[in-house]
Design a protein around this ligand. Structure first.
Ligand SMILES: NC(=O)c1ccc[n+]([C@@H]2O[C@H](COP(=O)([O-])OP(=O)(O)OC[C@H]3O[C@@H](n4cnc5c(N)ncnc54)[C@H](OP(=O)(O)O)[C@@H]3O)[C@@H](O)[C@H]2O)c1
Length: 249
């Protein structure tokens, strides 16, 4: 447990909180004193493991596909039923299908935009109704939005994350009336399932070599930034995209 419980009394939802950056974020927010809802869509074992790591007094797992508005409503309702309010929303869950234009299907496009774009927007809408001044919404983009070179197969993923960066801007203006701060974290390559899947040792070395620090980031190097944005220290930050990438872009 952290010695400074800066989020004591707060309630946080972390979508995709069962693995990778989401798990690190759920653990960080709990360390800082928040009660955490760990959302997942399929792998109950990973979600339960995350809850166990935090301690079941301070966290619980909810299965919900956060690309689906009905399920998002269920997630928000279950959080209210369990903890009575929402202070922090981390819209972390995303899918990254890699295909060049010729191979992109309508199904892949819809899946990407449902989870990566529609989901965060409607989660913000449903959750904001239960949030008060001082609340935080933290969205997720990627450093690739600012990188000077991108491989063409990032087409749908990158397009969805571009939308998230603009959503951050527009939503921060909208929710200013409620005193809710909206920001976005844009990691560089980070050692999680999403990033490592299907990459050879050689490719991973090459990607690490492109980074000025000569390595790939770790999930807790991103979750620390989410913890900061969720804290009182970030009370004057809204509408910003924070790139967390070792100086890659
Ligand atoms: N890792 C990187 O290099 C990197 C770089 C830039 C940006 N990002 C961004 O950082 C965020 C987290 O990425 P990550 O690498 O930590 O991902 P990850 O390791 O693939 O984890 C994804 C999480 O989302 C959950 N999830 C997937 N589909 C879901 C759905 N429909 N509804 C609810 N939960 C769902 C997964 O749980 P289940 O398995 O149970 O579905 C899992 O907990 C994403 O927004 C990603 O775009 C990552």
């Amino acid at each position: 447990m952290s010695s400074v419980q800066s989020l004591a009394g707060k309630v946080a939802i972390v979508t995709g909180g069962s693995k990778g950056i989401g798990r690190a974020t759920a653990m960080r927010l709990a360390q800082d004193g928040a009660k955490v809802v760990v959302n997942y869509s399929g792998d109950v074992a990973a979600a339960e493991e995350t809850v166990q790591k935090i301690g079941s007094d301070n966290a619980f797992a909810i299965k919900a596909d956060v690309g689906n508005v009905e399920e998002i409503t269920k997630l928000v309702d279950a959080t209210i039923q369990k903890f009575g309010k929402i202070d922090i929303v981390v819209a972390n869950a995303a899918v990254m299908a890699l295909n060049e234009l010729d191979k992109v299907t309508e199904q892949e496009f819809d899946r990407t935009f449902n989870l990566n774009v529609k989901g965060p927007l409607f989660l913000a809408q449903k959750a904001a109704a239960h949030m008060s001044s001082g609340g935080r919404i933290i969205l997720f983009s990627t450093t690739l939005c600012a990188a000077s070179t991108v491989t063409p197969n990032y087409l749908t993923y990158l397009t969805s994350k571009g939308a998230i960066e603009q959503m951050t801007r527009a939503l921060s203006k909208d929710l200013a009336r409620k005193g809710i701060m909206v920001n976005c974290v844009a990691p560089g390559p980070t050692a999680t399932d999403l990033f490592m899947k299907g990459k050879s040792e050689q490719l991973l070395k090459m990607i690490a070599g492109f980074n000025p620090q000569g390595r790939i980031g770790q999930p807790d190097e991103v979750s620390g930034v989410v913890g900061f944005l969720a804290s009182e220290q970030a009370s004057w930050i809204t509408g910003q995209v924070l790139r967390v990438n070792g100086g890659m872009a």
